[in-house]
Design a protein around this ligand. Structure first.
Ligand SMILES: Nc1nc2c(c(=O)[nH]1)N[C@H]1C(S)=C(S)[C@@H](COP(=O)(O)OP(=O)(O)OC[C@H]3O[C@@H](n4cnc5c(N)ncnc54)[C@H](O)[C@@H]3O)O[C@H]1N2
Ligand code: MOO
Ligand SMILES: [Mg+2]
Length: 705
């Protein structure tokens, strides 16, 4: 029996994904294929109009061992807003097949002018031919019929001649039936863009503004003679890179949050007004006796004398207090409500016991020694700490770990507060050489323990962001990286809830297994905003966005339009430095820091800044300078007890001290000293800028007062 080709049909439809019985397309296409006698019965799947789910299905069928010769998609190719099948499929295609597209449109045009409103895509991914068809059974049928005779031949060509897989043997047979030689396929050169200015080591560094200007990443399937030998990405300054990150980072989203520890580190999104006043009653400030103090106009009156103790008021809840009768006093504790008529409190220290009750258990009379207690003395008036309806927090205020903001919210009975949603960050390590840091086995060959994931996750969670450990993605097969990224964007697999920002490490430089840039650009349809920065360490730092729609849970209106990918260099010190320098300001912006209210705008020094705090430090020794790149030199910054200055000492200037593979360069460091490029050294005593990564723990004992 003649072996047959494998075909899969993907129905893209929100409706059919909810009710598979409503689909009529699969049942229309299957007989057309069956009639040809060359196809196995189709595999069929239904997904909603969701880019990532479409891509996942196509990759499942085109990647890996069990690939399909032909993948047909139906639906989502029109002009409606939710139609995004072409957008999902285009980035997955390695080689486009515009001829098939023209053929299908030409055939449909004979039937209806509306054929012009179809946006079909066709092409080859790995060895699979992918074709999108309209969503209507009639349209899908007409389009498939237009090309169906060619498909076996096209699939054989796409699969190449040297395939040893079982169904490829069958293809040989089909191929000879069709009378073509698979060697023809060799003459089809890979489509390869020569980006402007790349390839000969003299690319002009230039910030790209329009997509046409943008360099293209390496095509990993292209051979060595097409591989870049100089990076096509312009070298940006750190400032330019930060500006691009800020531009691409979307406005923060507002959510309702309960007032508890979960909001520490969040930024307030809407001014908060006190729904209750504090205190709610006249409260005593001290332990002592509530009295009726005479008005100052009451000439000759005194608070001195012996008074009967009428009642006892504790700072406890409940109960109606008896009014205080003139000529009596009431024992009271700190915070307790004054009885009606009482207007001041005298401290217990200013009194002596005059007599006890007959049973000796209580005070009967007490002598007040002070003679000048004023009305209002030692009393907090209602609303004097927080006035009813006053603004207690403003938009842009940070709910700090120090507790003051939570305290205000709690004291006024505020149960929920509008805050900006803190971004959730996924961390993915990449590389075939990596093993889990706690794997008990001995390392063999070129294996490396994955230190980036634990160090980056620690740093991110210490900043107060929710993190997701995305594990390790191998370089081979390349689809592992692609799938890991797509799963985390969609919120499946290890990232059970989708992440807003993905941080990867490794695979961004010039090696043939440096796959991040091509994967983001060619497989996920993302945009690389920059791929090189003039800094040390961290030169190949890469920043990209992938399109994504998300609606805010509360307002239902705001949208994040894209997700951010920071692809940091694999070297451990480079990864941590660039995380601090580039990822933090973006996460701060996403969390609403910088959404300053008017109150903060008038006092800018009160507003928390984006990114690490910048301070001036004095160098305690010579620091070598890089001739070209700005160095972020890891250092310990200490205070001084006498001159009000901060002092910076390197974590290692000699030899390999600051080498980017040496994660120890960042151990003990609480600062990155910014050393601008130049000749020679930064000299002892010079004042330079430093970025503070952590608190100052000590004072420099070498500075003598
Ligand atoms: N020809 C050139 N080579 C390199 C350049 C260059 O401009 N031209 N840049 C160098 C610089 S600078 C850096 S930084 C690195 C960046 O490397 P990649 O981001 O491509 O990372 P990998 O090649 O995957 O790995 C580099 C290094 O880091 C180790 N690594 C990776 N991941 C981890 C991890 N999770 N934990 C611990 N260590 C990790 C990896 O084993 C390698 O040793 O490229 C230079 N090359
Ligand atoms: O720029 Mo790399 O991060 O120095 O080793
Ligand atoms: Mg590399």
């Amino acid at each position: 029996m003649e072996p047959k080709l494998k075909v899969a049909i993907l129905i893209v439809s929100d409706t059919a994904s909810k009710d598979p019985a409503s689909d009529k397309v699969a049942g229309t296409l299957a007989p057309i294929l069956a009639q040809e006698g060359k196809w196995e019965p189709p595999a069929i799947r239904i997904v909603p109009d969701n880019v990532f789910q479409i891509q996942q299905a196509v990759c499942d069928w085109a990647d890996g061992e069990d690939w399909y010769n032909l993948i047909l998609l139906s639906g989502g190719t029109g002009f409606a807003v939710k139609d995004n099948t072409p957008e999902a499929v285009t980035p997955l295609i390695h080689r486009h097949a515009p001829g098939l597209v023209h053929g299908m449109i030409a055939a449909s045009l004979k039937v209806t002018l509306f054929a012009m409103m179809a946006r079909p895509v066709a092409g080859v991914r790995n060895k699979s031919l992918i074709i999108t068809l309209p969503g209507s059974p009639k349209g899908a049928m007409e389009n498939l019929e237009a090309v169906v005779k060619l498909l076996p031949h096209a699939c054989i060509q796409s699969a190449g001649a040297n395939s040893r897989s079982l169904h490829a043997v069958g293809m040989k047979k089909l191929e000879s039936d069709a009378g073509v030689s698979s060697d023809n396929s060799r003459n089809h050169h890979h489509h390869h863009h020569h980006a402007h200015g790349h390839g000969h080591g003299h690319a002009v560094p230039k910030a790209h503004t329009s997509p046409a200007d943008r360099p293209q990443s390496n095509d990993p399937s292209a051979g060595p003679n097409q591989r870049y030998r100089a990076s096509p990405y312009p070298m940006l300054s750190v400032e330019e890179a930060l500006r691009m990150i800020s531009e691409q980072t979307s406005a923060p989203m507002v959510i309702d949050a309960p007032v508890n520890t979960s909001i520490v580190g969040s930024v307030v999104a809407e001014d908060v007004y006190a729904a209750e006043m504090v205190p709610a009653y006249h409260a005593s400030i001290v332990d002592g006796y509530a009295i009726i103090a005479p008005e100052p106009t009451d000439v000759g009156a005194t608070t001195k004398g012996v008074f009967p103790v009428a009642s006892i008021t504790h700072a406890t809840a409940g109960g109606v207090l008896e009014p205080l009768q003139p000529g009596t006093i009431a024992r009271i504790t700190t915070g307790a409500p004054l009885p009606p008529n009482a207007n001041a409190v005298v401290m217990v220290e200013d009194t002596v016991l005059a007599s006890s009750t007959p049973d000796g258990k209580e005070e009967a009379t007490v002598e007040i020694l002070a003679d000048d207690i004023q009305p209002g003395e030692n009393v907090r008036d209602p609303g004097s700490d927080v006035t009813l309806g006053s603004k207690i927090l403003a938009r842009g205020d940070l709910i700090s770990p120090a507790g003051g903001e939570i305290g205000l919210l709690a004291a006024t009975g505020t149960r929920t507060v509008k805050v900006f949603k803190k971004p959730r960050v996924g961390v993915l390590s990449t590389g075939d050489e990596l093993v889990e840091h706690d794997d008990p086995r001995e390392l063999v060959g070129g294996q490396i323990r994955d230190s980036n994931r634990p160090s980056l996750l620690s740093c991110l969670s210490s900043w107060g962001f929710e993190t997701v450990d995305l594990g390790i993605a191998r370089d081979t097969p390349a689809s592992e990286l692609e799938h890991a990224l797509r799963d985390s964007l969609r919120g499946i697999g290890r990232a059970s809830a989708s992440v807003d920002v993905i941080v990867t490490t490794g695979g961004v430089s010039m090696g043939e297994l440096d796959l991040l840039k091509p994967t983001i650009e060619r497989s996920l349809g993302g945009t690389i905003h920059f791929g090189r920065v003039s800094m040390k360490p961290g030169k190949p730092t890469t920043f990209a966005t992938v399109p994504f729609k998300e609606t805010a849970p509360t307002s239902g209106q705001q949208e994040r339009k894209s997700k951010l990918i920071f692809s940091l260099p694999g070297n451990p010190a480079s990864a941590l430095v660039t995380l601090n320098l580039f990822v933090l300001p973006s996460l701060h912006k996403l969390s609403g820091l910088g959404e300053s209210s008017q109150a903060i705008a008038t006092k800018p020094w009160m507003a928390p800044q984006l990114g690490l705090p910048r301070v001036a430090v004095v160098l305690t020794h010579h620091f070598p300078l890089d001739p070209k790149r700005t160095e972020y030199h890891r250092a310990v910054v200490t205070g001084s007890r006498c001159d009000g200055r901060l002092y910076a000492t390197s974590t290692g200037v000699e030899g390999v001290g600051q080498r980017s593979s040496r994660v120890g360069s960042i151990a003990r460091a609480n600062a990155l000293v910014v050393l601008r490029p130049g000749r020679g050294v930064g000299i002892k005593g010079e004042i330079v800028e430093a970025l503070m990564m952590g608190p100052v723990y000590g004072s420099d004992t070498r500075i003598i007062c």
